[in-house]
Design a protein around this ligand. Sequence first.
Ligand code: CO
Ligand code: ZN
Length: 334
Amino acid sequence: MDKMMMKDILKAYGPSGREAQAAEVIKQYVAPYVDEVYTDAMGSLIAHKKGTSGKKIMLSAHMDQIGLIVVAIDDKGFLRVSNVGGVNPIIATAREVVFENGVKGVTYFENTSKHGVNEAKMKELYVDIGCTSREEAEKKVSVGDMAVYVTNFVEMGDRLSSGAMDDRICCAVMAEAMKQMKSEHDVYAVFTVQEEVGCRGAGPAAYAIEPDLNISIDVCSVGDIPECDKMAVSLGCGPTVKVMDSSVIVPPVVRAFMEAAAEEDNIPYQREVLRGGGTDTGAVQRTRRGILSGCVSIPTRYIHTPVETVDIKDIDNAVRLLCACLKRKELPHR
Ligand code: CO
Ligand code: ZN
């Protein structure tokens, strides 16, 4: 994995519905390795590499990240916000954030005398952008503008931590797979929009492409941290082959196809049963008359925080697993 590419894709601005900057960064990296790159009406970026078999495989990873949206600006220039996707207000307190135009701010919450930060609510959260009046603030941001966490790229041996790993690390995995893969099939790498607000972008893209198989790539939670729910997924033990999440039950024929590809190339993998949370996998599955759809996940700690943590071995093995799937002649079918 090209670490420069990984960092560039991770740090690009792109909350749900505002993915254009992220799309532009990804496009620069993926364009040299495909036959065409285009954007659909939803904003999803589609990189297509032509094949000869007459069959189509879609890969999908979402470009959007969670964020905060300005709902009102008060007399003193503080911004009141709501969440875009699954933002926890407690985790969103005392953070540095940045808007699309580069304006920086910090977050805090009102009501400190009534309760502590452990009970912070989204309605109490505000962003301080260093202004003293509404007029001054309105010169920098407007109602409807979105902010995202400013995060560091922390390297801890094989473990990497950053905001937006969900799902930019998988955008990087998909871009790298498009560079390395060989396939006789048409391959469409779809960098989808608006996953974090309800998997809205993947379905329309799949409808247009009408693939014979979709493989989504997203992050999944793990069972190897203190006091967490039981789960047979650990960091560093391989990407997962999804069995189920709250959006999808992956057809056994699709899992068998992915597991056979992994075993043939000696790629470690884990079976993932995710108790909660949906992915584009399900949105694609229910498009048209139904589409065969599976998912590879990167085991990730602390999802939807500024310190989402992954293992570089799982990232490299996810690229290998996608390439192993793409090179298979026989695709799964019912
Ligand atoms: Co997410
Ligand atoms: Zn995700």
